[in-house]
Design a protein around this ligand. Structure first.
Ligand SMILES: [Fe+2]
Length: 235
């Protein structure tokens, strides 16, 4: 069954490696790549999305903007920490629409604490945190600090305030909307799917969790590549 879905030699090699590797992390990476490609075909989408990237200029501007929002939220950020803010476009090259800015305060092999910043109407795509080797998967608590924020989780469709990213209806399956107020918290267990979106003001929130392996998160959208490519052009 598995091999019947492999339409190219490339897929076949990936599936073969999937069976022979004994390294759990490598196993998961290989599996994820193969799954995304075959899922993309299932949606009738191309897996190869051209040359996904942001420019250095875009990255710097996003870092400055995120820093200003963090400070508006009353969170201390030193000047030399601004360049440490991660700008994530999920390989989709439409940062303002689908993306997130992340300031990591700590990430050890046991725990992590981050500040997440969403620009106005920016959406973090639907994802979950899977088991990796002996790690049962990330357990994550988010605490809303500032701005307009809504989360989408399993449950009945009650979506009113938020919106689906145009053309992406099939890869945002969760429609149970939770409107968060500053101070509200949510906890997600491993594999529990979620996505979230800022309103007109943007949003700043904390994410406290067990160790983070963002590169191994699962995403409903098969086009997503978690590692953002930053290009020199646009300096
Ligand atoms: Fe998450």
């Amino acid at each position: 069954m598995l091999f019947s879905r492999a339409e190219t030699v490339h897929d076949f090699v990936e599936y073969f490696a999937f069976f022979i590797t004994s390294d759990q992390q490598q196993w998961h990476t290989i599996y994820s790549m193969a799954r995304r490609r075959t899922t993309a075909r299932g949606f009738g989408l191309s897996y190869d999305q051209g040359n996904p990237m942001i420019t250095k200029k875009q990255k710097r501007e996003a870092q400055q903007r995120a820093a200003a929002m963090m400070r508006s939220a009353g969170i201390l950020l030193l000047d030399d920490e601004i360049e440490k803010i991660e700008v994530v476009d999920f390989g989709l090259s439409q940062l303002e629409t689908e993306g997130v800015q992340v300031f990591t305060m700590v990430n050890t092999d046991r725990l992590a604490a981050k500040v997440l910043v969403l620009f106005p109407n920016q959406t973090e795509p639907e994802h979950w945190h899977p088991q990796v080797g002996s790690d049962p998967g990330k357990q994550e608590t988010v605490r809303h600090i500032w701005g307009d924020l809504r989360f989408y989780v399993e449950g009945e469709d009650n979506m009113q305030e938020g919106f689906l990213v145009p053309g992406k209806e099939e890869v945002y399956m969760l429609r149970n909307e939770l409107i968060l107020m500053p101070g509200d918290q949510l906890t997600f267990e491993p594999y529990e799917k979620h996505w979230f979106q800022a309103g007109e003001s943007g949003a700043v929130l904390y994410s406290f969790s067990t160790t983070v392996r963002d590169g191994l998160d699962g995403f409903t959208d098969p086009a997503i590549q978690r590692t953002t490519v930053v290009m020199d052009e646009g300096e």
